[in-house]
Design a protein around this ligand. Structure first.
Ligand code: NG6
Ligand code: CA
Length: 498
């Protein structure tokens, strides 16, 4: 062989040999209040959520996966910090003017990936507080996502039903107008501003409980706000707005690894999906919001396909807590539910210590690495920081992420078991070990009549065998003293931080 031919052959061999595996992009799609049974692949009627179903078919569908808590702020705190929120005061559902509850500079899921060379973005619902005591909505809004590991953000401060009803991009309210300053208060009404309570004639969606303060876009909210007329969001275009930000971020980052935390507003109240989704579910606005959520998922998947990034992008889709039907507005959610079971086979829902409080849909897709299938491993969002740190060859800081375990093998479908023990949180705590679930005795109320939720409280200790009884209907505490004792100890150890 001539020297040239030899050189050519080596070049061909070099080009044909597999390139070192590039780190995968990471996309977390975080739904709000989406229940275990709210998507077709987890038991809802066929065709309701084709895009979520596609993701599940191409990935792993987890059947025992959990948000850390049965409400939003604590779950988001856990997913980003790797610390159970019940270790910290002030991590309950926050008002829209709360200060940031994650210390600037603390290691988060985002900062770990950023430090590993990822471009990071938060899009959608934040609900972890913004700024400090002196926050002025008309000036720079910080600290916020950019101070805890995100390179960029496009968010709402809290929830769709809480003021301020404006978007925040990086450090600034979008559409801010110095001539029409924004005032936000939670302690008292603002003189001269209408409220849902005093001016029901202004409302196009009425509250069923609470939600009778500031009127924005014909909907009364929690908290009071004045000004910012041009900056106020329209509820019907919120999903579109967030989705186009998510899609834009993917498009801008084809050439480098990225982490997208895409936290949708759907299917939280107020449920006002875009008119093109109205009637699509046959279940009223709550079902239509599920269809809208599925559309958002489809747009993200399409963006990954079009950018040629789908194969080496790890997508996780999950929810911040279980489902609730009436969460405070007269939106016909209960009346139009029909045979739909938002919680699937589980008992309770959002706010509850029963399984449906935290057991949520959870799908992982990474075509380059993960074999499609189903997993019954016990997994929790509190592990994301350590798990994704491991994915990029790093370790989680034990001091600030004490509860995050590296569960990468479980997430990739290589370990069928997952966690030994997982703590569930809904006000108080419950604990899981294998098939067992223990809820300590408590004098808390048994139901929340406003939302019609069974909260899981009882004055006797409760033990359930979830294999035999996933619906937590038979308390077997008296029949299994050993299991009861084991789980009691698990809970005590977890409380101590071991
Ligand atoms: C509750 C609200 C509920 C919802 C929830 C937070 C009332 C009566 N109820 O206090 O509508 O906003 O807080 O939801 O105000 S979460 O998903 O953000 O945790
Ligand atoms: Ca929520």
């Amino acid at each position: 062989m001539s020297r040239w031919a030899l050189a050519l052959t080596s070049l061909v061999v070099l080009l044909a040999s597999p390139a070192p595996a590039a780190p995968p992009n990471v996309v977390v799609i975080y739904a709000d209040d989406l229940g275990y049974g709210d998507v077709s692949c987890y038991g809802a009627k066929t065709g309701l959520t084709p895009n979520v179903d596609r993701l599940a078919k191409e990935g792993i569908k987890f059947t025992d996966a959990h948000a850390s808590s049965a409400t939003c702020t604590p779950s988001r705190y856990a997913i980003l910090t790797g610390e159970y929120p019940w270790r910290r005061q002030g991590t309950g559902v926050l008002p829209g003017d709360a200060r940031l509850i994650i210390e600037p500079g603390r290691a988060t899921l985002a900062s770990v990936l950023r430090d590993a060379g990822y471009r990071t973005a938060a899009v959608g619902k934040w609900h972890l507080g913004l700024g400090d005591d002196k926050l002025d909505w008309n000036g720079p809004i910080k600290p916020g996502p950019l101070e805890v590991g995100f390179d960029e953000c496009f968010i709402m401060a809290a929830t769709g039903d809480r003021v301020p009803c404006v978007y925040v991009k990086d450090h600034e309210v979008v559409g801010r107008d110095p001539a029409d300053p924004i005032v936000v208060r939670y302690d008292a009404p603002i003189a001269g501003e209408p409220t849902g309570k005093a001016n029901p004639e202004l409302l196009r969606l009425r509250p069923s409980h609470g939600h009778d303060m500031a009127v924005v876009d014909g909907v009364s909210r929690i908290g009071h706000m004045k000004g910012g007329a041009k900056a106020r969001w329209r509820d019907e275009t919120m999903a579109e707005t967030f989705t186009s930000e998510a899609v834009g971020f993917i498009g801008r980052n084809k050439e480098r690894p990225f982490f997208l935390y895409f936290a949708t507003h759907d299917v939280h109240v107020p449920r006002l999906p875009h008119p093109r989704f109205l009637g699509r579910s046959g279940m009223g606005p709550r079902g239509d919001a599920i269809v809208e959520f599925d559309w958002s998922v489809g747009e993200v998947l399409k963006a990954l396909d079009e950018a040629g990034l789908a194969a080496n992008t790890l997508v996780v889709l999950t929810s911040d807590n279980g489902p609730v039907v009436d969460d405070g507005y007269r939106d016909e959610a209960a009346e139009k539910l029909g045979g739909h079971k938002p919680a699937g086979p589980f008992r309770g829902g959002k706010y509850s210590k029963f399984e449906a409080g935290t057991r949520v849909p959870f799908v992982v897709r990474w075509p380059a690495r993960v074999k499609p299938g189903e997993s019954a491993a016990l997994v929790g969002q509190v592990d994301f920081l350590a798990t994704f740190a491991a994915l990029v060859g790093r370790t989680a800081p034990r001091a600030t992420a004490p509860d995050a375990q590296d569960q990468l093998r479980a997430l990739l479908g290589e370990d069928p078991k997952g966690r030994e023990v997982l703590i569930e949180h809904a006000g108080g705590l419950a604990v899981r070990r294998g098939k067992w679930k223990f809820i300590p005795a408590t004098d808390g109320r048994k139901t929340n009549p406003a939302t019609n939720t069974e909260l899981g409280n009882d004055d006797k200790p409760q033990l359930y065998d979830l294999d035999a009884d996933p619906g937590e209907t038979r308390n077997v505490a008296d029949d299994h003293p050993d299991a009861l004792d084991r789980l009691r100890k698990d809970l005590a150890e977890a409380r101590k931080g071991r």
